[in-house]
Design a protein around this ligand. Structure first.
Ligand SMILES: Nc1ncnc2c1ncn2[C@@H]1O[C@H](COP(=O)(O)OP(=O)(O)O)[C@@H](O)[C@H]1O
Ligand SMILES: [Mg+2]
Length: 386
């Protein structure tokens, strides 16, 4: 629940408890007959139920700084005990001082602080007077854990730093070669040809990075929109394999597609699903083809949530150590960054796969044993007749 709504609800219920005259939603008519749920139970009981219904930690503090009421979340977070001073359990001076000021008729305050144990968390506190006239001075404290939000912000900042670094490296190399060609290698056509080739490689790398960054941001923008096309995964796998046939031929490997009969179509965006199969096949060829051919298997499984169509891309390459598996879909995460760059990787392929699969309400499973090869399986909801 949004903090403002939670806070509004608390005040509304508190006012109802105090005066009994508040009607939820002004435009709704007041109940005329039958039990009146807000008045019947003892007022503090109503408030207690409201507190219990809130996902965030909340406490009601009286003029003497004692805890009149707290919900379970507040007990867990602050250790506060009803009837005892709040300051006896909770020792964050900024929050306690805010409570004091509010009890001295000050305005509502927002404070952000961190709790170091048991794991570091960022908490935002909202301290507000219980504003009913004549109700006596009380303060309501609402505490919300914003650690996850803060972490997302940090990840964004890291991402920009990583992307800039990845782009700067080839750019630095390009600038260096331009200087060399204009300076020491001015009259050396042989060296120039060699340098121009390297420059071409670096420029290609920058282009791939920018392409991948743009795809990623486009997919992220659309992630909440459900795709609407009807897509046949076996057909897509066939198209992708046809398109990379020249590279496969050069590398001397085959991509073998097998499809179970009668696999349903999926609700999907064709271009995005092509990208999924392409990225998985590209990885299998780049990192796993020492083991020989690559297999793409299209199937279907019945799961509790419904029928899923699967596309598994397997190789018999060196595999991936267990500790890397959970992180492979992170942006720029690579088991061996140098090996990835040498093969034209950007470190974004699996992040793109993950986002596309999320948008399709599917999932990606990665199985790998060092020495045994790897299998990347995409599960996508089948398009059912209904
Ligand atoms: N089939 C595979 N076999 C071994 N390692 C793989 C395989 N697929 C992916 N990886 C590892 O996962 C990393 C991330 O993959 P990806 O996001 O596609 O980035 P990129 O291929 O550009 O490096 C790769 O750098 C590689 O270390
Ligand atoms: Mg890749």
């Amino acid at each position: 629940m949004d903090g403002g709504i939670a806070w509004g609800l608390t005040v509304a219920v508190a006012l109802a408890a105090a005066g009994g005259g508040y009607v939820f939603g002004r435009r709704r008519p007041a109940p005329v007959a039958g039990p009146q749920p807000l008045r019947d139970p003892a007022p503090l009981e109503v408030l207690r139920h409201a507190f219990a219904a809130l996902p965030d930690a909340c406490l009601l503090i009286d003029l003497y700084g004692r805890v009149v009421m707290r919900n379970t979340a507040a007990g867990d977070l602050t250790g506060a005990v009803e009837g005892k001073p709040f300051a006896a359990a909770f020792r964050i001076p900024a929050v306690l001082q805010a409570v004091d000021r509010v009890l001295d008729e000050g305005p509502a305050e927002e404070i952000s602080f961190t709790l170091p144990v048991p794991i570091e968390r960022t908490i935002e506190a909202h301290v507000a007077p219980l504003g009913a006239a004549g109700y006596g001075a009380h303060a309501v404290v609402l505490l919300r854990d914003t650690t996850a939000m803060t972490r997302v912000e940090r990840m964004r900042a890291d991402f920009v730093a990583n992307a800039s670094h990845e782009l700067r490296t080839p750019l630095t190399s390009l600038s260096g070669f331009i200087e060399t060609i204009r300076g020491p290698a001015r009259d050396d056509p042989e060296a120039q040809a060699r340098f121009l080739e390297i420059m071409q490689t670096q420029a290609d790398r920058m282009r791939r990075l920018i392409d991948d960054l743009l795809s990623l941001s486009r997919i992220e923008l659309n992630e909440h929109v459900r795709p609407s096309g009807k897509v046949d995964l076996a057909g897509i796998a066939g198209d992708v394999v046809d398109a990379v046939q020249p590279q496969l031929g050069r590398a001397g490997i085959k991509a073998i597609i097998t499809a179970e009969p009668g696999v349903p179509s999926v609700l999907g965006e064709r271009d995005e699903l092509i990208q999924v199969v392409q990225n998985l096949l590209d990885n299998a060829v780049k990192y796993g083809s020492e083991g020989g051919d690559v297999a793409i298997r299209i199937g279907a499984v019945q799961e509790l949530t419904g029928m899923m169509v699967t596309c598994a891309v397997s190789d018999k390459g060196p595999g991936i150590a267990r500790e890397h598996l959970p992180r492979l879909t992170e942006r720029f995460y690579r088991v061996d960054a140098k090996a990835s760059r040498e093969r034209g990787g950007t470190g974004l392929g699996l992040a793109i796969v993950k986002h596309i699969v999320n948008r399709h309400r599917g999932r990606l499973e990665i199985e790998s044993e060092p020495g045994q090869g790897s299998r990347f399986t995409v599960f996508l909801p089948a398009l059912t007749a209904s």
